[in-house]
Design a protein around this ligand. Structure first.
Ligand code: HEM
Length: 458
């Protein structure tokens, strides 16, 4: 049984310092210097960084040994959601929540998503034209929230409710992130304050969401909203799911939507820097729609657009780190791993591992249409995780990203105006480190313009 490679005590201290200063660079250097299975000491317990697809898949496939660690603020805020459940409860919920999430992505919901996104994007485009520069990420947070609540929950939130929910979830992310990365133990006072704040946020969140749940919960015969579908599918001890648990699912949904808004921002950023890709995507859209407005029936034929979203998720996976902890002694590759070991798998590192991706830092959506991508180990690409605990909202998120991207690309030329390079900033999610300065200029198509077979406008 050999020892897992990693920096020695002294160089380990430097590695840790580098990781806490600049996590992406620090982690990239760590795996470059020590290989794809590395041990780093943090205080008493080591962390294992797993950066090869096979080991990553093995860890994520067995949730009876490698258990998801959920920091207390998240446990409080998302109580009742699938993310936090375990064992039999999780098995049953994964099935029934999964069915509910599949059922809700109906043709009607897609149609509503297109309409709702269309409205929001018109507004988004005109904000820029009015001379004000929209905070893109903030705008997308609102757009996603509105799309989701209208198409899936059949519910409208007021502007102030929307803002409260969005800001509160942002705070929970910040508090959770501080919890997960604590290298220094916080003071009792800080812990008390954070506990109190989390409690207040949860109370405020429930006071907005619970009445909406209550107003939908008895519409069991309506098939058009997630709340009643969840209610119908899920039974806890033979009884319908309590409203508090439905609140947890919706909290999870809203939190997932925040990841999608970040991806949307990265998509526009990548497209703005790659006019060639933008043009290809626009051609595909015009070819598919014959230059008419996009409808839900067109979405399945927009394959290149799929690759644009996939490639953005490869370069900028919002969930850039996934943690597990061993609950017993186990064997990983040729090494014995003691119980209580923290394991980190980073989709960001895997997706840029040069052993599995050629020119890993380049934005090249075509790689997903080639045989190469199909031959790439499935563990080298996991923006939505892997194994039994992989993302439940994957299809929903993917469809939303595709809808918004297609509408923006069809209508606007996306231009980057910022002088400075936008870099990923790792926190709870992988955010851009500053607001991308993107301008949307309406694509000029005049009456009488003709759509050629290749989708170009003549
Ligand atoms: C682009 C957007 C999203 C990304 C990149 C993403 C990514 C992920 C990842 C990587 C995991 C696995 C975490 C782990 O293994 O510890 C996960 C789990 C999960 N995600 Fe998402 N997610 C997104 C959007 C959503 C949305 C919209 C929902 C809606 C409800 C959602 C619901 C969930 C749930 C419930 C789980 C836990 C599943 C389980 O434990 O069985 N996600 N997500």
């Amino acid at each position: 049984m050999s020892r897992i490679p990693g920096p020695n005590i002294f160089s380990g201290m430097f590695a840790l310092r580098d990781i806490s200063k600049n996590p992406l660079k620090g982690m990239t250097d760590l795996v470059r210097n020590h290989g794809d299975l590395v041990r780093v000491r943090t205080g008493k317990k080591p962390i294992l960084v797993v950066n090869d697809p096979t080991n990553a898949k093995n860890v994520l496939s067995d949730d009876s040994i490698y258990v998801r660690t959920n920091p207390p603020p998240l446990r409080k805020f998302l109580s009742g959601s699938l993310l936090l459940s375990r064992g039999e409860d999780w098995e049953q919920r994964k099935r029934s929540d999964g069915e509910a999430f599949t059922e809700i992505i109906s043709e009607k919901a897609l149609k509503d998503l297109v309409e709702s996104a269309d409205y929001a994007i018109e507004r988004f485009g005109s904000t820029e034209n009015d001379g004000g520069r929209p905070e893109i990420l903030e705008e997308f947070r609102k757009i996603m929230f509105r799309m989701t609540s209208e198409a899936f929950l059949r519910t409208r939130f007021t502007e102030s409710e929307t803002e409260t929910i969005i800001n509160d979830i942002g705070r929970i992310e910040d508090i959770t992130e501080r919890w997960s990365t604590r290298l220094v133990k916080p003071s009792k006072r800080t812990l008390r304050q954070e506990r109190k704040e989390t409690h207040e946020i949860k109370k405020r969140h429930d006071s907005i969401i619970l009445p909406k749940v209550a107003s939908r919960i008895h519409e069991v015969n309506k098939e058009d909203n997630l709340i009643s579908i969840l209610q119908k599918k899920n039974k806890k001890d033979g009884n319908p799911l309590p409203p508090q648990d439905i609140c947890g699912v919706l909290g999870n949904l809203i939190a997932g939507e925040r990841a999608s808004s970040i991806v949307m921002t990265w998509i526009l950023h990548c497209l703005s820097l790659n006019p060639r890709v933008q043009l290809e995507a626009r051609k595909e859209i015009n070819r598919t729609t014959s230059g008419k407005p996009i409808e839900e029936k067109h979405l399945k034929d927009l394959e290149f657009l799929d690759h644009v979203v996939e490639e953005t998720l490869r370069l900028y996976p919002p969930t850039w780190k996934i943690f597990r902890a061993t609950n017993q002694e186990t064997r990983l590759q040729n090494h014995l791993v003691p119980p209580g070991t923290l394991i980190m798998i980073s989709p960001y590192l895997l997706h840029r591992n040069p052993r599995y991706w050629s020119h890993p830092d380049d934005f090249y959506p075509e790689r997903f249409s080639s045989q190469d991508a199909r031959d790439t180990d499935s563990g080298a690409y996991m923006p939505f995780g892997f194994g039994p605990r992989a993302c439940l909202g994957k299809n929903m998120a993917f469809q939303q990203l595709k809808i918004i991207t297609s509408l923006v690309v069809q209508k606007y030329d996306i231009k980057e105006e910022s002088e400075e390079e936008i870099k990923p900033s790792p926190g709870f999610y992988l955010n851009p480190d500053s607001n991308p300065c993107i301008s949307l200029e309406p694509v000029r198509t005049e009456k009488g313009d003709h759509i050629e077979h290749d989708g170009s406008v003549q």
